[in-house]
Design a protein around this ligand. Structure first.
Ligand code: PMP
Length: 423
């Protein structure tokens, strides 16, 4: 019979090492917030395949929708022969993305692809080539997305310089000493030192940084960015790949920011475990690229579109936006109690159910505890993730459909592990 160790040996021989793996566990089966490995061990899944499973593993309605689609056809390529569920996803997302204007959508496969295409659209609309991105931002691993990603190691290490025309502004992050004024000043500095605003096509920002450490931009900061973009004809791109599809308690995090982006990217949880991404924006902006300039063989796969429509329906039927806030409050209050016992827990934060626990010691990031926390939690049956520009943030992305008892069981394991590791 298969073992995790046996598969790891085969993996190491056959798979390029650049493709990392956080936990040395191989999956046999999964359901809602539970995963079973090839050795029959059961785990509570607080990772959700990195923010992909807001509706859990194989939600019965998502599974049924994909199975029904599979009976009809799996692929035609939307650029060759159209099909209705692609159109229906675009219609729904046009409604869900904030902004009081006519919108259009294009569908792709991965988050990185959505980011690349958002930049293409902004360039075509503005006839400019520059993009401003933020320190510690994460926008993907394909070449242009990687140029926007604000962390060299491990993402672009050893690959040489990324493409030019990307300028790095500071992301506001009070806990690490960057105020909103500092962040705005860093953009003004780019305009003074590097490129005039008339050469900047877009400013791309995650409303809550994901890989960077779950730091939320404030509504006031987002409003200042909006004003700055409007003053100079720059497109504001909200990268909602990780925040979108209900994780933060609204379907898109920008709903809580008081302003709308010109272009929004989405992926991950939108299709509940099937590969789908997209960009939605102002109709006139989106139409800046002519026929044939957007697309991809698998973009908006009918299987993934069927899944996305089911996800959107499940959100309504099961009140998952409200649930995101309940789950978030439940986790934050439990971890705040653990914080009383452990001085290394510097902050517990989160918008909706996008929860982070930041570990610091003597005023400095304390990433040294994270690997052991992940290991000890895994050994007790809990799958956790870390993140952060300093690697010192533990994050919780549990399915919103997980029952309270299972969330509490996961939190109980976290309490035990903190007692062991943070002492
Ligand atoms: N943008 C953000 C905000 C992300 O969190 C991610 C993935 N972690 C991406 C883009 C890239 O998405 P993908 O891995 O699907 O290419």
């Amino acid at each position: 019979s298969k073992t995790n160790e046996g598969l790891m040996t085969r993996r190491q021989a056959a798979v390029a090492q650049g493709v990392g793996q956080i936990h040395p566990i191989f999956t046999q089966r999964a359901e809602n917030a539970t995963v079973w490995d090839v050795e029959g061990r059961e785990y509570i899944d607080f990772a959700g395949g990195i923010a992909v499973l807001n509706t859990g593993h194989l939600h019965p309605k998502v599974k049924a929708a994909v199975q029904a689609q599979l009976n009809d056809f799996s692929h035609t390529c939307f650029m060759v022969l159209g099909y209705e569920n692609y159109i229906e996803v675009c219609e729904k997302v046009n409604q869900l993305v904030p902004g009081d204007f006519a919108k259009k959508t294009a569908l792709f496969t991965s988050g990185s692809e959505a980011v690349e295409n958002a930049v293409k659209v902004a360039r075509a609309y503005t006839k400019r080539a520059g993009v401003i991105a933020f320190t510690s931002g994460y926008h993907g691993r394909t070449m242009a997305a990687l140029a926007l990603t604000g962390k060299v190691a491990p993402y672009s290490k050893g690959m040489g310089l990324m493409s030019a025309n990307v300028f790095r502004a500071e992301f506001p992050c009070e806990i690490h000493g960057v105020s909103e004024d500092d962040a705005i000043a860093s953009i003004e500095r780019i305009f003074k030192n590097d490129a005039e605003p008339e050469d900047i096509a877009a400013i791309i920002i995650e409303p809550v940084q994901g890989e960077g450490g779950f730091y939320a931009a404030s509504p006031s900061f987002m409003q200042r960015l909006r004003l700055l973009c409007d003053a100079h004809g720059i497109m504001l791109i909200a990268d909602e790949v990780q925040t979108g599809a209900g994780r933060t308690g609204t379907f898109f995090a920008m709903e809580q920011m008081g302003v709308a982006a010109d272009i929004t990217t989405f992926a991950k949880s939108i299709a509940g475990g099937f590969p789908l991404s997209g960009i939605t924006g102002k109709a006139e902006v989106m139409d800046a690229i002519g026929p044939g300039g957007l697309g991809g063989t698998y973009g908006g796969s009918p299987l993934a579109c069927a899944a996305a429509l089911a996800v959107i329906e499940v959100f309504e039927q099961e009140n998952l936006l409200e649930r995101a806030n309940q789950v978030g409050d439940r986790i934050k209050s439990a971890i705040s109690e653990m914080q009383q016992q452990h001085h290394q827990i510097a902050e517990v934060r989160g918008l909706g159910a996008m929860i982070a626990i930041e570990l610091m010691e003597e005023g400095k990031p304390a990433p040294q505890y994270c690997p052991q926390v992940l290991k000890e939690a895994r050994d007790r049956g809990l799958i956790l993730l870390s993140c952060g520009t300093y690697g010192n943030v533990l994050r919780v992305l549990v399915p919103l459909t997980a029952p309270d008892e299972q969330i509490d069981a996961g939190l109980q394991i976290m309490a035990e592990v903190f007692d062991l590791v943070l002492n």
